[in-house]
Design a protein around this ligand. Structure first.
Ligand SMILES: Nc1ncnc2c1ncn2[C@@H]1O[C@H](COP(=O)(O)OP(=O)(O)OP(=O)(O)O)[C@@H](O)[C@H]1O
Ligand SMILES: [Mg+2]
Length: 307
């Protein structure tokens, strides 16, 4: 299986190293409130460049639509179930557009400071450290907030002034207003299946974004993806996709979520390593998704139909 070597998450440590290197070579960081276009931004964002083309199989017109959205810097929301290609898509688009990509995995403990930045204490006293959103806005990256709905609403609202015509990010604690760099764009992912009344994006957040719907690809496309990513033959991949489709029909009838493309790739990877298909499917498809004995039997029989 090809793993995700392209995934670049924000690392304060990496940023600190880059800053130290700049200071040594005498490169000045750009003036705080101006969009930076100097070499320093290029150096700072270098670790976030996607240098190798990620494999992404277009399923509809999403590539052209995203390019159009980026050209007007429209904030974008990628909607769809887990494991259907949202992250891979944004990695691919960052590579295609040759823009750095800063990914933030959101969770409910995340605070606004985790996104925007904070003062840190070090041997020289206090110094400000930009958070990933501030780095992206100041220096011009695509900022991908993964599963943004997991973040508390008081955290989510910090993106509001960046996602309307103002395109600014106030750093209240620092007393600075960052005017977003012309290359900056914000992208969020969102799994509509997980939402409840308590946990959903506010309309005032949703309505700041354009949205692309993602889903499991149709049969032949998904088989092509599974074969490519796992290394199994197209025939084996097609059988895996048949099993996936059977399992997806059980969604809402005992299964909470469909069986993802990612799981099919896992099963294929085990088969490609020589594991017997039945065992591979049990480990990668059936056991992770349910503990219910009847449901496991139903899925096992789908597996034995095809292998
Ligand atoms: N259209 C596609 N082209 C290429 N690979 C794909 C495609 N769709 C899915 N994949 C494969 O499926 C795997 C899972 O996709 P990805 O990690 O992008 O899912 P996701 O939608 O971001 O899921 P989550 O919501 O759990 O983060 C990828 O690593 C990739 O191998
Ligand atoms: Mg993802």
């Amino acid at each position: 299986m090809q793993n995700d070597p392209f995934m670049r998450t924000y690392s304060p440590r990496q940023e600190a190293i880059a800053r130290a290197a700049q200071q040594q070579t005498g490169v000045q960081t750009a003036a705080a409130t101006r969009p930076a276009s100097s070499g320093s931004s290029v150096d700072l964002l270098a670790p976030y460049m996607v240098t190798r083309e990620p494999y992404y199989r277009g399923v509809s017109d999403e590539i052209e639509l995203y390019e159009a959205a980026y050209s007007v810097r429209m904030p974008m929301m990628l909607k769809g179930p887990t494991g259907c290609g949202k992250t891979r898509f944004v990695e691919y688009m960052a590579w295609k557009l040759q823009k750095p990509l800063i990914t933030v995995a959101c969770n409910e403990d995340m605070t606004a400071s985790d996104l925007v930045g904070r003062f840190l204490l070090d041997s020289n006293g206090t110094r400000w450290q930009d958070g990933p959103l501030a780095v992206a806005a100041r220096h011009g990256a695509i900022c991908y907030l993964d599963e943004v709905v997991e973040a508390r609403q008081d955290t989510t609202v910090v993106i509001h002034p960046l996602t309307d015509a103002r395109r600014v990010l106030p750093l209240e604690k620092k007393g600075e207003l960052i005017q977003a760099h012309p290359d900056f764009q914000i992208v969020i992912s969102y799994n509509p299946g997980y939402q409840s009344l308590m946990k959903d994006l506010k309309q005032s957040t949703k309505q700041r974004f354009g949205a692309l719907d993602f889903n499991y690809p149709e049969h032949d496309t998904e088989a092509e993806i599974v074969a490519h990513e796992s290394g199994v033959s197209l025939d084996v991949a097609k059988n895996l996709v048949h099993i996936g489709e059977r399992a997806r029909n059980l969604k809402g009838h005992g299964l909470d979520e469909g069986l993802s493309t990612r799981m099919l790739i896992y099963a294929g990877s085990l088969i490609a390593k020589g594991v017997a298909p039945l065992a591979a499917c049990r480990v990668a498809l059936v056991r992770p998704i349910t503990d219910d004995a009847d449901m496991r039997d139903a899925l096992d029989s789908a597996v034995t139909t095809y292998f």
